[in-house]
Design a protein around this ligand. Sequence first.
Ligand code: SGN
Ligand code: CA
Length: 517
Amino acid sequence: MKKIYTYLVSCIALTLQASERPNILFLFSDDHAIKTISAYGGPLTKVAPTPNIDRLANEGALFLNSFCANSICGPSRATILTGKHSHKNGFMRNGNRFNPSQWTVAKALQASGYNTAVIGKWHLNTNPQGFDHWEVLPGQGSYYNPVFIQMDGKRKRFEGYATDITTDKAITWLDKRKKNENQKPFFLMCQHKAPHRTFAPALRHLGSYDKVEIPEPKTLFDDYKNRSSTLAKNEMEIDRHFDWAYDVKIRKDERGEVKLPKPDRYGTPEYNRMTPTQKNKWNSYFSPRNQEFLKKFSKGKMTNQDVVRWKYQRYMRNYLSTVKAVDENIGRMLKYIDENNLTKNTIVIYSSDQGFFLGEHGWYDKRWMFEESFRMPLIIRWPDMIKPGSRPSELVQNIDYAPTFLDIAKLKIPIDVQGRSLVNLFQNRDKIWRKSLYYSYYELGEHAVPQHFGVRTAHHKLMYFPASKEWNLFDLQKDPNELKSVHSEPVYAKKLDDLKKEFYRLRTYFDAPDFSE
Ligand code: SGN
Ligand code: CA
């Protein structure tokens, strides 16, 4: 009798725990620029293929001013796990190794009784810790027939498309929990490779955008004047650096006698992974379109600008198609949550590790503190706690994710965590929110983006480039496309001075290194 009683009490306790502490479903992608989420508005609203992400935004909060701390993959992910800027978690550049012995939010949630898992892109170069289950892509991973590293260290190849497979695996994990009648709340990080380079669409989405002319950004043909001298040295232009085979998808063996200008460095690793059936479908879409372009190009009738415009359309069609698969798979996750009666007690977050340039300033890639790559999408749905359709405009950053998850799980936020819980914003608990953000970018080479640091307030941005000892100041209201630095204009002298002070204040506050010498 006593045994049955104890058993019942423990069941009730577990049930209470589960209902008291919500599940956290973190849906994440790689390099997803906000302008390709229609809920964010802007010039691509009509073409952005995101009904499911939009559904989350309608049912929850879409953060209008969400930013990363360091616009590059590994560092952003390390910041999310630790709630700390790169210099504190030690992961300052891609290629660093995440120190797995440090505190992370996953470890804290796991220790407090959450069931934890991470599936998909990881990119931190040491095995995940703090997760009951993990299955991650090696490095950047692949779109087609991806390999996943298993918990025993073995690498297994799975036939199909990475975005679908990542979701399959996440759903399988959730299903297993269900079968185990596991009463713990869960923390699941489902992290897609898409829409990262090489922007390889799923076969079912080839041609989705053929009838659409994607609007060009105003700055597609930027001259890089009136800003830091480092801009003109970039290596991330659709014009001069987009690889013909790798990015544009015109393989060498398709070109016949036609000579395309440089660059052509990386070949077609994604295509080479495909099965013969996949290759056939891929070719039956791309080959005729490639031939049409090559014909036109070889007649010498296309100006350089025409070629850039053509490449832009090709780039965007592929990028948007990879987003379409992400969105469909988010739809699958939401359906699973609905059908398994988890909606009410599951917080769903959608985000991506940084933004991306989609032709702005003539670029692809990210890294810069300019708006397109600095901004991160952030949408949170939390039934009963967040008013549907909320649009918080506070300045938030990825240092805030870990403390938010802890707060949701009713856990204490360690003193050395540098971000703040966003729950404060929903519950009106914290009326005094930050007025400025600190940014750092430490890499030295790839795409020739220099190290730079800065501060952003609601309407201004100050950037510092140590190598060239240049300050740039942008008035974001008057110059939203960031085409002219006003640091030397006398009317901005006071603003410049104030922002420099704020920059140094934040650097001291976050205990960040001084790279200015
Ligand atoms: C790879 C890409 C770069 C990209 C970095 C960082 N080249 O090196 O274009 O900037 O990743 O991306 S690729 O040939 O591998 O596509 S990140 O998302 O991992 O930070
Ligand atoms: Ca990324």
